[in-house]
Design a binder for this molecule. Structure first.
Ligand code: ATP
Ligand code: MG
Length: 279
């Protein structure tokens, strides 16, 4: 399928929780093949709720969500799970089987694939996320969080969804682990052709990896565009208590010296510095 073709269309989506909380208000957006998106915004702005509407776990209160041509209101969760995978904010809310093998096999078994195909998918997904088969019989509970997250991702990959949403992949991890998981998602994007959506509060990570950024506030989309453009409007981000990366802010505070306001990384800052000093 060609890049830029629409994969998900969200039209005037409103979502209300049973207790009356309106978490999404009249949200519209489209997601295309070939995209790597960051979904950002303050706590409670609706990022997780939107993701659960995209994978069909929640059905729209008003409006519609169409995934790969399927209206989520009229499609089964199993059918949608093979199109949009959602990796939970906390892998422990997702993992519930008593061995790594069973956890990864759960999805393929649930869609009633023959046992031979289930085995092939478990082995393939484990290989892609770098899980050693010697861990297959281990209870996920006994594994470190980083590995449990890989198990959670492998169990999603086993259903081969085109689009993968990862809710806060780097929370609670140090910089080295964060880059490792992000490089892994980048590999899935570039080599395996997955559409990736990350939900994160980590702005340097957004600057490094996401081509497009969607900013949410109070259940609505405040800004949506190329990350560089979104970061160059700090006054918009401020409304949802998000600050661009420090290096971007440094450049934005120094535009009078000749720096541009859309610097995204340290190497870009160094380039501009050389240009300015070099006169
Ligand atoms: N199960 C629920 N019942 C009622 N209201 C809920 C429920 N889950 C979330 N909410 C509310 O819906 C709104 C959106 O929440 P959501 O979890 O989607 O935000 P978020 O952007 O993912 O936040 P965070 O960054 O903290 O993960 C918030 O007002 C939240 O309190
Ligand atoms: Mg959330």
């Amino acid at each position: 399928m060609a890049d830029n073709e629409v994969y998900v269309a969200v039209e005037n989506l409103t979502y209300q929780y049973p207790d009356g909380t309106v978490a999404l208000r009249d949200v519209s957006l489209t997601i295309h093949h070939g995209e790597f998106i960051a979904l950002i915004g303050q706590n409670g702005s609706g990022k997780t709720t939107l993701s659960k509407c995209l994978n069909g776990l929640f059905k729209p209160t008003k409006g519609r969500v169409v995934v790969d041509g399927l209206d989520t209101r009229h499609s089964s969760i199993t059918n949608l799970a093979t199109r949009v995978g959602y990796v939970f904010q906390n892998p422990d809310h997702q993992i519930f089987n008593n061995s790594v093998w069973k956890e990864i096999a759960y999805g393929p078994r649930n869609i009633q694939l023959p046992e031979e195909e289930v085995k092939a998918r478990v082995e393939e997904s484990a290989r892609v996320v770098g899980l050693d088969p010697s861990l297959f019989d281990t209870h996920p509970f006994f594994l470190p969080k980083g590995i449990r997250q890989r198990v959670a991702i492998a169990s999603i990959l086993a259903l081969r969804p085109k689009m993968i949403i990862v809710d806060e992949p780097t929370t609670g991890q140090d910089m080295k682990q964060s880059l490792e998981i992000m490089d892994f998602l980048k590999m899935l994007h570039e080599e395996k052709g997955h559409i990736i959506v990350i939900i994160t509060h980590d702005m340097p990570i957004v600057g490094m990896y996401a081509k497009r950024t969607i900013v949410m506030a109070q259940g609505q989309i405040l800004a949506d565009g190329p990350t560089r453009e979104v970061f160059s409007h700090p006054e918009v981000l401020e409304k949802t208590f998000v600050e661009p990366p420090q290096i971007t802010r440094l450049a934005q505070m120094s535009t009078d010296l000749g720096f541009s306001k859309d610097v995204m990384s340290v190497p870009e800052m160094v380039d501009q510095f050389r240009r300015i000093v070099g006169g």
